[in-house]
Design a protein around this ligand. Structure first.
Ligand code: NDP
Length: 261
């Protein structure tokens, strides 16, 4: 199936490892040119060069912290410089919080608000005008199943990802007349290098697979982690014109973990 994405430009925050990198490769395979964003500029440069060479597309790397206004400004300026604009924005950069309400201070809450919500707000301000100029676009917010089904040990994560979901819906309403579609994807357990690293820290080299399986068993449903590629396929489809009637929606890709309708 030709998804009609060839020669489009996509910005992917957190596009240098894990889910974001898998989305980058999925889009590159469809001929999309990329702006890969991460704080570690060396890793971003390396992955941009590797993906560009593997798929024959153009990829540029931006080293920026999207939890700051300056970082988001750098993403917009760098995209304009490299490609003149963008057709796709994947707001993916994010991380778990892992501190209880009693333990987390205001600064911690503020950081996650800036990373999960304000990054999306600030990038929308910069990207929507570029998309309007190009006749439309697609924005996808990577939230989490935790946005609707909270984990007790992730209160800041749960709360800020829920806010991101609402921002996504509200932005969709604001730009619906501009041919810009805005959707949210809520993943479940996705086996990223970070999950593996954490499992090894907890259970050691011999025990980490059993630890991960325990996490998956507890989640239920398919009782397994999804691969970044399984999730990335969904992002790629949603970016494309094949998903042209979808906006303001939330999609769960969680192997059946969600316990409600
Ligand atoms: P990883 O930790 O593997 O990757 C995170 C990416 O985001 C990296 O590229 C990292 O690069 C970048 N990043 C982190 N903070 C910033 C920042 N302040 N500014 C710019 N870039 C940043 O994460 P995952 O791939 O696991 O997760 C990606 C997204 O998916 C997150 O939003 C996460 O909440 C969500 N998610 C993940 C699930 C999972 O099971 N893995 C499940 C549900 C949701 P660098 O460190 O160089 O900045």
């Amino acid at each position: 199936m030709d998804l009609g994405l060839r020669d489009k430009v996509a910005i992917i925050t957190g596009g240098t490892v894990g889910i974001g990198l898998a989305v980058a490769e999925g889009l590159a395979a469809e001929g999309v040119n990329l702006v890969l964003v991460g704080r570690d500029k060396t890793r971003a440069d390396d992955e941009a060069a590797r993906v560009a060479s593997a798929y024959g597309i153009i990829a540029t790397a931006i080293g920026a912290d999207v939890a700051t206004a300056e970082g988001c400004g750098a993403v917009i300026a760098g995209t304009k410089k490299a490609f003149g604009g963008a057709d796709i924005l994947i707001n993916n950069a994010g991380t778990g919080s892992n501190e209880t309400i009693q333990d987390a201070d205001d600064a911690k809450w503020q950081y996650y608000w800036d990373l999960h919500v304000m990054a999306a707000v600030r990038l929308a301000r910069g990207v929507v005008p570029m998309m309007k100029q190009r006749g439309g676009g697609s924005v996808i917010h990577n939230a989490s199943i935790c946005a609707v089904q909270p984990l007790w040990y992730e209160p800041i994560y749960n709360t800020t990802k829920a806010a991101l979901m609402m921002f996504s819906k509200t932005l969709a309403n604001e730009v619906v007349g501009d041919n810009i579609r805005v959707n949210t994807i809520n993943p479940g357990l996705i086996r990223t290098p970070d999950w593996v690293k954490t499992a090894k820290q907890i259970a050691g080299e011999d025990g980490f697979e059993a630890h991960l399986q325990g996490v998956a068993d507890e989640a239920g449903g398919m009782k397994r982690f999804g691969s970044p590629e399984e999730l990335a396929n969904f992002f790629v489809f949603l970016c494309s014109d094949k998903a042209s009637y979808s906006t303001g929606s939330t999609y769960f890709v969680d192997g059946g973990w969600l316990k409600t309708v």
